[in-house]
Write a protein of this length. Structure first.
Length: 551
């Protein structure tokens, strides 16, 4: 419903291209504190600002106020916070509003406020080099964000705008739809901002108009959460990674990690580009998503936007009633014409089938299949116990599977799929009821568990945090996407296994000679000082060890 989206509450958000930011100590994936400095500046001829310093502190950095700090905690599933952030001002610039509004350099508006804060006699302030900066002016003359850096907004800025710029500040890009007839503005790309269920489509997102701070923004979509490292590895299904090409999957709502089920399903299909795939997520109209019209399953295509040379999400919409955007120049303003196709609820394309079972409730059940399969390492072959079984095994195992398939009829009780005595279901795939010996089923389950290790790693699909060769995820816990050497991961797993013996009994205090590893803020596994130093060093290398990124 467009009367509930941000366009009815706010003016259009204009996002500029990236500028050169400071070299921040923290990099993707983001865990722990992400500090910002919020600076309040007025002009030499400004009237009294409508809100005081306390208002913006509550809106942005204080917890328990339903503001930005609480949003970040929720959308990161508790992995990130705004610890170390601060709000300063009001500072008075030497220039008039008319002067600032006429500037052609948008970054100069940011710099003028920084200069005023630095020169202030009563409360001079220079943001620390490891912090991003958000300038709020009174009155507002611009609304712009710079990736991994900073932003400028006005004194009427609302929480969805603040949260959107926070997203840009940690390298998130805009979301799109596949509707080429959607134009949020004459200067925007077709389909840009056309995912009202995703924060990175502001200012065209569903909001809760009853929420404080000008409305409550929706969650990030699954790809953007995945990109930040905020979805546990065990809650992501990459179809076909284990050699099984078809599954029935239970999806938990993206904003309800406490509910059992996967939070996102990735469905690869493009052997030429393994970062080109579908995502499937489930959203419920509550919590931060209370502004969306109804519970809904959303299917996005993640693909390279060749114009920006960035991987971005494209919400799949149906045809709808399409309108043609009129010819206009950038000066005309933000309103053109819109397509209105509803998000698709099934896919049958590119060798992929996605469909929803029944009516989603607390969870959503989806059937997914793909024809994409990973090639095997030399010496291994697909087991092929069925058309959807592409687990890589030794040739003898495929021969065994073929033999068991041929004898399947004789091993079932008449007119049923119940096995005769001495046999059990093989379960090479979830619906595999071929009867085999218990030893063969155990062998099959072991092969399934080892499937990825027997496949060609060149074709592995891990999503936006895929490590470059020879790095692998450290996996200190289920949210640890930091890329490290295989030796470091082995050490990490060994340290996890030995954790209990290295603590003083009844506490998390380390015994003599050991210290907390602190691979992430709450990591109290006890390790040697050298191992802790290695963990801290690896944390700073995150961006440089990712294969594909939008950095």
């Amino acid at each position: 419903m467009r009367d509930q989206n941000l366009k009815t509450l706010l003016f259009a958000v204009v996002i500029a291209t990236a500028v050169s930011p400071a070299a921040y100590a923290q990099s993707r994936p983001y865990r722990g504190s992400i500090p910002w400095s919020f600076l309040l500046c007025k002009f030499s001829d400004s009237p009294a600002p409508p809100h005081d310093l306390s208002y913006y502190q509550q809106m942005t950095i204080q917890t328990g106020t339903n503001g930005l700090a609480d949003y970040v905690h929720s959308v990161s599933n508790g992995a990130a916070d705004l610890g170390g952030s601060s709000v300063h001002g009001w500072y008075t610039e030497s220039h008039t509003k008319a002067y600032e509004a006429a500037l052609t350099s948008r970054s100069q508006r940011l710099q003028d406020c920084l200069d005023a804060a630095k020169a202030d006699r009563s409360d001079p302030y220079v943001p620390p080099s490891n912090q991003r900066v958000y300038v709020i002016t009174s009155p507002g003359v611009d609304l712009v964000g710079f990736e991994n850096c900073c932003a400028v907004g006005g004194d009427d800025v609302a929480l969805p705008e603040i949260a959107h710029e926070f997203g840009h500040g940690i390298d998130l890009e805009h979301s799109f739809s596949n509707d080429s007839n959607f134009h949020d503005a004459c200067w925007s790309q077709p389909g840009e901002y056309d995912n009202p269920w995703d924060l990175m489509s502001a200012a065209n997102v569903f909001v809760d108009p009853t929420h404080d701070w000008g409305g409550g923004p929706p969650f990030l979509d699954a790809y953007h959460q995945d990109e930040m490292g905020w979805i546990p590895q065990s809650r992501i299904l990459t179809l076909g990674l284990d050699g099984i090409l078809a599954q029935t999957v239970t999806l938990a709502p993206l904003s309800h990690q406490e509910t059992s089920g996967y939070l996102v399903a990735r469905v690869p299909f493009d052997a030429k580009d393994l970062f080109h795939y579908y995502t499937v997520e489930y959203r419920t109209a509550d919590s931060w998503d209370s502004g969306i019209p109804a519970n809904i399953v959303l299917i996005n295509e993640v693909k390279l936007n060749t114009k920006d040379n960035l991987y971005q999400t494209f919400l799949l919409r149906g045809a709808g009633t399409k309108a043609t955007c009129p010819t206009c120049s950038p000066a005309v303003g933000p309103s053109c014409s819109y397509g209105d196709g509803a998000p698709v609820q099934s896919v049958n394309a590119n060798g992929v089938k996605i469909s929803i079972q029944g009516t989603p409730g607390a969870t959503a059940t989806i059937d997914i299949s793909t024809e994409w399969a990973m090639p095997c390492l030399q010496g291994y072959v697909w087991r092929s116990s069925s058309s959807t079984d592409r687990v890589c095994v030794k040739p003898a195992s495929r021969t065994q599977a073929e033999d068991d398939n041929a004898k399947a009829g004789s091993r079932h009780l008449p007119n049923s799929d119940t096995c005769i005595q001495g046999y059990v279901w093989r379960q090479a795939t979830p619906d595999d009821h071929v009867c085999v010996t218990a030893a063969i089923r155990a062998q099959t389950q072991n092969e399934n568990a080892q499937a990825y290790g027997n496949a060609n790693p060149v074709y592995g699909v891990y999503g936006p945090n895929t490590c470059s060769d020879p790095y692998v995820w450290r996996i200190a816990d289920d949210l640890d996407y930091v890329c490290v050497t295989p030796a470091t991961r082995a050490q990490t797993l060994a340290d996890n296994a030995a954790a209990g013996s290295r603590h003083v009994k009844g506490s998390d205090t380390c015994v003599s000679g050991y210290v907390w590893r602190e691979a992430y803020p709450s990591d109290h596994v006890c390790v040697t000082p050298a191992t802790r130093s290695q963990a801290q060093s690896d944390n700073t290398q995150g961006n440089s060890r990712i294969v594909k990124s939008n950095l």
